[in-house]
Design a protein around this ligand. Structure first.
Ligand SMILES: [Fe+2]
Length: 377
């Protein structure tokens, strides 16, 4: 028998955290919603505690949301921390929709709006210092339009806070990250959304979003050079393989080097028209594999050290053959989550599910794979 600690009563399992994140296709009528779902900044579709009905599920699907939090009716309680308050995320996405939706130009007022959003996000991140380990949960929260800009900003800011940036630099970074793809508003949608591979000339047009974005921001007075340069340089790569100028190493602005990592990570972990998303651990592996070549290793390694490889709710397979899913990620143990075991090594459901803290098992028990084939209830 393995020497593991089985938790019956652990302190992080508190009253207020009895919810679970579930993919929409597993949600059934009658389940209880655990977190508000917003239609707009001031309109709620479903509040915490509301009973989920089929008609709501249809609406949620229309909104493009993939997963929602429901009250956990199993016998244990688990902790889920938000990356960022749901309302703040939603209002950020809506503001970005407004900015990017009617754009032929960006003006000072829109930049100011972006700065306000970023300032709120920074305040939030700075007051929640365990935010990093649960980073990957943000993926499944919602799919509202323009979430990519918001995600890239949050990820970039999280990296930057760890790197010790001051407030002013954080604001420049956040504003630039939020507007990094603004140039795409002027690229032909048919090319941007083309599901098949691009011709050389189509790819050249997409690449131009960097130069176009920089030009769009260039005439605006209340945006800093450091923010603008992010639009221009976020596709440059540390080894010189990027665009538009094949800039290299320290020759790429530091803030653009941060956004490059966040941008790629978020792109990989989201569905695109031309490919499906990959899992968090695969995306982390990818970032690790190109750290030092495509990405500044200091930035990429910092990112990897602070992102949970297996997000809460993810089905995992242990080296012992037992299977379960992640209930919590601890700081400084990003690949050793606390897991709830549901199946033994014969594939049979265990009589009484139990919890193991893999941060305390060293190498005797570890995660060796992930699975989507776990019945949670
Ligand atoms: Fe881009």
């Amino acid at each position: 028998m393995y020497n593991v600690k089985i938790y019956e009563n652990i302190s992080f399992l508190t009253e207020e955290t009895t919810m679970i994140l579930m993919p929409l296709n597993m949600i059934k009528e009658g389940m209880i919603n655990a977190k508000p779902i917003y239609l707009s900044e001031d309109s709620i579709l479903l509040d915490e505690g509301d009973v989920i009905r089929d008609r709501y599920l249809e609406r949620i699907t229309e909104l493009g949301i993939r997963s929602i939090y429901v009250k956990d009716d199993s016998s244990y309680k688990k902790s889920i921390h938000d990356i960022i308050r749901e309302e703040l995320r939603n209002s950020s996405s809506l503001s970005m929709e407004k900015i990017m939706g009617n754009i032929c130009y960006v003006d000072e007022e829109e930049v100011e709006m972006t700065r306000d959003i970023i300032t709120n996000i920074i305040e939030y991140l700075l007051t929640n210092d365990d935010i990093l380990v649960n980073l990957s949960e943000m993926k499944a929260m919602d799919d509202y339009a323009y979430e990519h800009s918001v995600n890239v900003s949050i990820l970039s800011l999280i990296i930057a806070i760890k790197l010790g940036y001051d407030k002013e630099k954080l604001v420049d970074l956040g504003v630039g990250a939020m507007l990094h793809d603004i140039g795409k508003t002027k690229v032909d949608l048919g090319i941007l959304n083309k599901p098949s591979s691009l011709t050389m000339s189509e790819y050249d047009q997409i690449k131009k979003h960097t130069l176009i974005g920089y030009e769009m921001l260039n005439d605006i007075k209340n945006i800093s050079y450091d923010s603008k340069i992010i639009a221009l340089s976020h596709h440059e790569r540390y080894d010189g393989s990027g665009y538009p100028y094949n800039a290299k190493g320290e020759g790429i602005h530091e803030l653009a080097r941060v956004v490059a990592v966040a941008d790629v990570y978020d792109a990989l972990t989201n569905d695109r028209v031309y490919r499906s998303r990959i899992s968090t651990d695969e995306a982390v592996d990818y970032i690790a594999s190109v750290s030092g070549s495509q990405f500044d290793s200091n930035i990429a390694d910092n990112f990897i050290e602070n992102i949970a490889r297996y997000p809460v709710g993810k089905g995992i397979i242990l080296n012992t053959g037992f299977k379960g899913y992640v209930v919590f990620n601890k700081k400084n143990h990003v690949s050793r989550p606390i897991v709830r075991i549901l199946y033994n090594n014969m594939g049979e459901r265990v009589k009484i599910p139990y919890i193991i803290d893999l941060s305390e098992t060293e190498d005797s028990i570890k995660v060796v794979g992930t699975t989507d084939d776990i019945e949670l209830f």
